[in-house]
Design a protein around this ligand. Structure first.
Ligand SMILES: N[C@@H](CCC[C@H](N)C(=O)O)C(=O)O
Length: 286
């Protein structure tokens, strides 16, 4: 299998051009290639496919082989791949995902994509759609209002949580201590598998730096701690705005870089801008 390793702010995936390759047993292949000791080493596997409804299709798998509906960092890298590898010469492209068609605007410098702006669509706030089982928090399961700053006890500590889907479920909590010192490995898996989240969850732990800046660490369902999460950053921008911590435009500092996110008032869409980087290409026997 020919592959290309790419990352967006350190959130790294193995990319396969499935307009040319056919992958057997995709979940097992994702587990195998993601292994950082016995495989290529990545947060998961992303297949780039032809599409009947958009310019391309993205099919993404986490490191544990589970399928993701959307990947914010991944989709920027898909855009870079298809442009830099000559699959398109368009600088505005559409990509179909399990959470709908996204439109991406590519910035090209010296013939290569350096930066991508993605229209991530509207955030989903209705608890049952995120999905979140609101009754676990003592709220009605058919509630239409967002879950914003509701207390949840995890390992003897109360966290105020806000729940947002950006095509995949996110639980956001703003904490007082420096996120860089937070025991994510202990706490992240407890959030991920909590009964509140019927499809597991991605959890973001956030410091508010000021009205325009946030610092974030993330525990992703299916991959554990990653250096960045694009859908997570978008969910965080929405959550921070709903909590009144920031305005509609924020710079988010992640362990692997920065993402700019705008929660647009007119369209109710979230726009994410960030880098995409190719690391190396290779070939692996499956
Ligand atoms: N890192 C991604 C999100 C990947 C999928 C996620 N772990 C899930 O299963 O929901 C991003 O950049 O958005």
């Amino acid at each position: 299998m020919k592959f290309t390793k790419m990352h967006g702010c350190g959130n790294d995936y193995v990319y396969v051009d499935c307009t040319k390759e056919v992958i057997p047993n995709i979940s097992e292949t994702a587990i195998r290639v993601s292994d950082r000791h016995f495989g290529i080493g990545s947060d998961g596997l992303i297949l780039i496919k032809a599409s009947d409804v958009a310019d391309f299709e993205m099919d993404m798998y986490n490191a544990d082989g589970s399928r993701g509906k959307m990947c914010g960092n991944g989709i920027r890298c898909v855009a870079k791949y298809v442009y830099d590898h000559g699959l398109t010469d368009k600088t505005t492209i559409t990509v179909n995902t399990l959470s709908g068609i996204k439109t991406l605007k590519l910035t090209v410098e010296d013939g290569k994509v350096s930066k991508v702006r993605v229209d991530m669509g509207e955030p989903e706030l209705i608890p049952a759609q995120v999905p979140v089982k609101a009754s676990v928090l003592g709220l009605a399961d058919d509630r239409r209002e967002a879950i914003v700053a509701e207390p949840l006890e995890i390992k003897g500590r109360s966290y105020d949580i806000t729940c947002v889907s950006m095509g995949n479920p996110h639980c956001i909590t703003f904490i007082g201590e420096d996120v860089r010192d937070f025991p994510l490995e202990e706490v992240g898996p407890v959030f991920e598998k909590h009964e509140l989240f019927p499809e597991r969850v991605n959890t973001e732990f956030i410091n508010v730096i000021d009205k325009d800046h946030l610092r974030m660490r993330v525990w992703e369902r299916g991959s554990g701690e990653t250096l960045a999460c694009g859908t997570g950053a978008c969910a965080v921008a929405v959550a921070s705005y709903l909590n009144g911590f920031t305005g509609r435009s924020v710079d988010i500092e992640l362990l692997g870089g920065h993402l700019e996110v705008v929660y647009d008032e007119k369209t109710n869409h979230v726009f994410m801008t960030g880098p995409a980087t190719e690391v190396f290409s290779g070939e692996i026997d499956l």
